[in-house]
Design a protein around this ligand. Structure first.
Ligand code: CA
Ligand code: CA
Length: 642
């Protein structure tokens, strides 16, 4: 949470009361960075949980511009697309041309592999087609833009006429968000005797083999993966590893990423986060949010797991969310590999959600560029549909790996890297998975229970899984079947009584006393029933999340404060939050009368038959935005009984 110190609060309060014209003038000629940041901080919508992410490897998606495909070193390009280590020609023009294809599938955010200029050489028979061997973090990869186009972000800052700028413009026109993939841990490996040669907009700034300014660590390869010091300081696959203790390096990487944010990037996916100390990430995310308060950031802590203390600490303390490898592995075992425990494996992961401060913001997925595609485990398209329905309707933000909707997979060598990165071949708008993602993406945006609510298991066997998502009056009931056709005698749905239509199949189901009796589930069947209650309306909506409060049945967390929306300190009129899990309460609080004003508040427990328990602190202070949506992120301060 961002606590507003009194001095800043009054300044911000003053500012948000300015007429719009004056505000615009402030934005156009900001007196200082701090003032413009405060403006955005209090007025921008920073919700990311309604998104459906599509992750694509730029080189392997679509070649929209054959002229750029040979690139600076034509030897790295294979026009026949046979050599898996070479470039096959995909580029940003290709992404632009396929935006409508993605939009009509319901994709709302696109994660692209890194767009930075890469080393133009082979390392272990592979070119940097993935984008993780960077030469210059301030330049575009010339293979992805027009031939001869200026790759420097600096030099095109005013004109904003690169292919990258057109991509951003076309995406924003379609209300799609761009997620930039970034790397802070390393630059490039040893090729042709050079290693880690790094450039600052074309000017050489560091060199691993001539490291006078200590930009790199020189401790050799990681030997012991259990040794945290080694994992953070030693090298990974021979990649030159940055010395984050050097503030010149930190200034370089932060300045570079800020340039990309300034061009319109909406979110960041951060590579190899476990290989740098958490203090670095806290400084990094703090600076990024100060520069662009509505940016959403998530990191790749490889094989993160809710029972792994270090990855949980990272998720809770780094300032960014993470990719949910724990759930991914469970889904692959249960649905891709036929593990005996089946859906119980998935429930075991969800049962540990309270380990996270923000489980509903974890990024969920079933495969990615570093593991065999889901269909290399189980080619049955119906099983794929079940897995996709699971991540589209469970807690977290789903991320679909490119080509999944076209059943794209190459099973050579078990589908392992590099065979998990084939070229997209088909663009069929009518595959079952494509249509299913479109419908489920729509319901994700409509139904807040799916994006923000709690998740309750209602029926589970290894083969069948029924659950309910719940937020205020909204509900979503999901039934999944990995086995043969079956009938469940009765299952609680929490839906209003009457007829409900499945979002995916359009089949109809009768709910009585909140239950469905004799529910027939087809082989690999998917049922999704959505009921959207009244949405919270207000000039300003605060999405308040409280962590760290242990509640008993019959206890409710409320927000009480000095304004009418929060009961004017009358706890019987305080605003109630919703239970998400045993570590998280959440609610959208509407503000009208107090929009634009400085308010004070604290949390309390409303307890049946007992006096309320209030936090033992002086109230928090916050300037409520004039309009829009903002987030509060708070941690419960233990109460005092009297
Ligand atoms: Ca091309
Ligand atoms: Ca490192």
């Amino acid at each position: 949470m961002v606590t507003t110190p009194p001095s800043q609060a009054s300044e911000a309060q003053y500012k948000v009361e300015q007429p719009n014209a004056e505000l615009e003038a402030l934005v156009q000629s900001p007196p200082s960075d701090t003032e413009i940041d405060l403006e955005f901080l209090y007025t921008r919508d920073i919700e990311f949980r309604q998104e459906t992410i599509y992750f694509l490897v730029v080189d392997r998606f679509f070649d929209g511009d054959p002229n750029n495909s040979e690139g600076p070193n034509p030897e790295l390009y294979d026009p026949s697309a046979q050599d898996w280590g070479k470039y096959w020609g995909g580029d940003l023009q290709g992404v632009i041309e396929k935006l409508d294809y993605l939009k009509s599938m319901g994709v709302t955010a696109i994660w692209l592999t890194p767009l930075f200029e890469q080393i133009e050489d082979l390392f272990i028979e592979s070119a940097a087609i993935h984008g993780y061997w960077t030469k210059d973090f301030k330049r575009l990869n010339p293979r992805f833009i027009r031939e001869g186009e200026e790759p420097s972000l600096n030099k095109t800052q005013e004109t904003r006429n690169t292919t990258f700028d057109r991509l951003i413009e076309e995406m924003h026109k379609r209300n799609m968000k761009l997620i930039l993939d970034i790397v802070c841990n390393h630059s490039s490996p040893d090729v042709s005797g050079s290693k880690g040669e790094l450039y600052d907009d074309g000017v050489k700034i560091a060199d691993f083999n001539n490291d006078e300014k200590n930009w790199y660590h020189h401790y050799g390869e990681v030997q012991n993966w259990e040794d945290e010091w080694q994992v953070q300081n030693c090298e990974l696959c021979g990649l030159a590893t940055f010395n984050e203790n050097n503030s010149e390096y930190r200034n370089y990487i932060k300045a570079a990423i800020k340039q990309w944010l300034d061009r319109g990037v909406d979110a960041l996916r951060v590579d190899t986060v476990k290989h740098m100390p958490i203090w670095f990430w806290q400084e990094f995310t703090g600076d990024m949010y100060a520069h662009k308060p509505d940016v959403f950031i998530f990191g790749e802590w490889i094989y993160s797991h809710p029972s792994d203390d270090r990855s949980v600490e990272f998720a809770n303390c780094s300032g960014m969310s993470i990719l949910d490898f724990g759930l991914c592995v469970a889904i692959r075992a249960a649905l891709g590999q036929g593990a005996e425990g089946g859906f119980h494996l998935i429930q075991e992961i969800l049962d540990q959600d309270s380990r996270y401060s923000g489980a509903t913001e974890l990024i969920t997925f079933i495969d990615n560029h570093d593991m065999p595609r889901f269909q290399s485990l189980d080619p049955d398209p119906e099983m794929l549909k079940v897995a996709i329905a699971l991540i589209m309707t469970s807690r977290g933000i789903p991320c679909i790996y490119y080509g999944t909707e076209q059943y794209l997979h190459d099973d050579s060598n078990g589908g392992n890297d590099p065979y998990n990165r084939p070229m997209m071949e088909n663009w069929d708008l009518e595959t079952e998975v494509y249509r299913s993602i479109r419908r489920l993406s729509g319901v994700r945006r409509l139904n807040p229970a799916i994006s923000m609510g709690s998740q309750w298991q209602k029926y589970i066997t290894p083969d069948v899984y029924c659950y309910v998502r719940r937020y205020q009056e909204s509900r979503c009931f999901v039934a999944l079947n990995r086995g043969d056709a079956t009938t469940i005698p009765e299952v609680d749905t929490e839906l209003p009584d009457g007829e409900h239509t499945c979002v995916v199949t359009r089949n109809k189901y009768e709910v009585k006393d909140g239950k469905i009796y004799n529910l027939n589930l087809e082989t690999r069947g998917v049922i999704v029933l959505s009921h959207v209650g009244d949405r919270v309306k207000g000039q300003t909506i605060v999405r308040a999340q409280l962590n760290g409060v242990m509640t008993q049945p019959g206890e409710t967390v409320v927000v009480v404060g000095d304004c009418p929306e929060l009961g004017n300190w009358d706890i019987s009129k305080a605003y109630p939050l919703e239970y998400v899990n045993s570590n998280t309460w959440f609610g959208e609080i509407p503000f009208d009368e107090s929009a634009g004003k400085l308010i004070t508040y604290k949390y309390a427990l409303w307890r049946e038959g007992q006096s309320p328990l209030r936090e033992n602190i002086t109230p928090r202070r916050w300037v409520v935005a004039n309009e829009g949506t903002v987030k509060w992120r708070d941690t419960w301060v233990t109460g005092r009984e009297s």
